[in-house]
Design a protein around this ligand. Structure first.
Ligand SMILES: *Cc1c(COP(=O)(O)O)cnc(C)c1O
Length: 427
């Protein structure tokens, strides 16, 4: 493939934008090479500035679950924009959005809209602290909850991809209130809770991890955390920024049948526009301003264009839940066929998958936490990534990110993907 135009744009971008990108993983630092500059996309396919075409396994890191340029969403945005793009005053659409989410997801009595997943998680932690009057919280190694200071301790996603150990700018004072435990390790959590008795406001978790690659919770793990939270008056926060409206209409709470106290959303919830949300039990949510004194606000929160995009997308998902079965079937086919192809080539690998989140780890061990995920051979991954791109398959440019596919991905696209993997050689 020819990437001349992307190369020129990348040089130009670096003159004015740090690293040429507005979010680090896009820069291809860990896989090497030049990021492709995207011109447009439709359905399951991306088109770059050089005229190359790719089957998309990122889907904007999750939001485009129904495929790119999904007609009803595009139309709704166009119509809404004609009536002005922002008011900074309440609209009926915001009520419709809140009611729709409540009708889809469990345990949401009240919900507040924000503009990103980061904002949602940051606000949820502040609320948990304000509600409990306690300062510390527990997160899990390799989980990513956005880039707010308190979460940049053993964070996954780009922090893991770039192998950043401690983030300059995050003060020790902030970091000392963030406690970490390995994912799927209930004993470690019990120990932390014992050591910091009466000090822990919240446990925040990706109920299915996507940010160290896809890592599912082991049976009993989330149930055990739920029990600890109940016993110790700890707020149990599900970060469903990735899993919300993707694993099921009601997200991981529905799929795994676990109740959270607070839930954060992002990605799918905005249909491709910048939207996040946090919501949960009334007793806790009532502490948010103006009901309570836990302050949280946003000039563009509940923005009409963002709301109509998200509302239209969620409404489609609510009214067509067979989509989740369809996504799961495509995922199962991906998992099985890739497994067979790589096994036939004697390439060491493990595949983790839940619904439409899937990861290939190039290693011989089970992947259940960040330590085991780190055993993936990144040299093989980088070769694999570039080989796939040459074959017109666009994967996340990091061994520590889950792939996401959309309902627009066809069986013909899957065949092309399999053929691309068949021609992959390690040597
Ligand atoms: C992407 C992500 C975030 C951050 O969302 P942004 O919209 O990028 O700020 C938080 N939590 C999880 C689980 C995510 O995957």
């Amino acid at each position: 493939m020819n990437y001349t135009k992307s190369q020129q744009l990348f040089s130009r971008a670096q003159q004015s934008i740090p690293g040429g990108v507005n979010s680090p993983v896009r820069a291809f630092r860990s896989v090497g090479g030049t990021p492709v500059f995207i011109k447009s996309a439709r359905g399951a396919h991306l088109f770059d500035e050089d005229g190359n075409q790719f089957i998309d396994y990122i889907n904007s890191w999750g939001p485009m679950i129904l495929g790119h340029a999904y007609e009803p969403v595009v139309k709704a945005i166009q119509e809404k924009a004609a009536g002005s793009t922002s008011f900074g005053a309440p609209t009926e659409l915001e009520i419709n959005m809140a009611e729709l989410i409540k009708s889809m997801a469990p345990n949401i009595d009240l919900i507040r809209m924000v503009s990103s997943g980061t904002e949602a998680c940051m606000s949820a932690i502040r609320l948990a602290r304000g509600y409990t009057g306690k300062n510390k919280f527990i997160k899990f190694e390799g989980c990513y909850h956005g880039h707010a200071d308190c979460f940049l301790v053993k964070a996954g996603s780009g922090v893991a991809t770039l192998n950043i150990q401690t983030v300059p700018g995050v003060t020790a004072g902030v970091a000392q209130d963030t406690l970490t435990a390995p994912y799927n390790n209930l004993n470690a959590v019990e120990k932390l809770v014992e050591e910091h008795k009466g000090e822990i406001a919240a446990i925040i978790i990706e109920p299915v991890v996507g940010n160290m690659g896809c890592v599912p919770p082991q049976p009993g793990f989330l149930e055990g955390l739920r029990k600890i939270c109940d016993e110790e008056n700890i707020v149990f926060i599900f970060d469903e920024v990735m899993t919300g409206f993707r694993l099921a209409a009601g997200g991981a709470q529905e799929k795994l049948k676990i109740d959270a106290d607070l839930v954060t959303y992002g990605k799918v919830i905005g249909g491709g526009l910048p939207v996040g949300a946090f919501g949960g039990k009334k007793e806790i949510m009532e502490h948010i301003a103006p009901l309570g004194n836990v302050y949280q606000a946003g000039t563009l929160s509940g923005n009409p264009i963002a709301m109509i995009a998200g509302f239209t997308m969620l409404n489609e998902l609510k009214n067509n839940q067979s989509i989740y079965t369809e996504l799961d079937q495509k995922g199962a086919r991906l998992e099985k066929t890739i497994n067979d192809i790589l096994a036939g080539k004697n390439i060491p690998h493990r595949i983790n998958r839940v619904g439409s989140m899937i990861s290939i780890f190039f290693c011989n061990n089970e992947v259940t936490d960040f330590e085991s995920a780190s055993k993936t051979d990144t040299n093989i991954f980088n070769k694999f990534f570039h080989h796939m791109m040459e074959q017109g398959i666009y994967l996340p440019p990091s061994a520590y990110e889950s792939w996401f596919f959309s309902a627009a991905l066809s069986h013909e696209d899957l065949e092309k993907t399999f053929n691309a993997i068949k021609s992959f050689e390690i040597a």
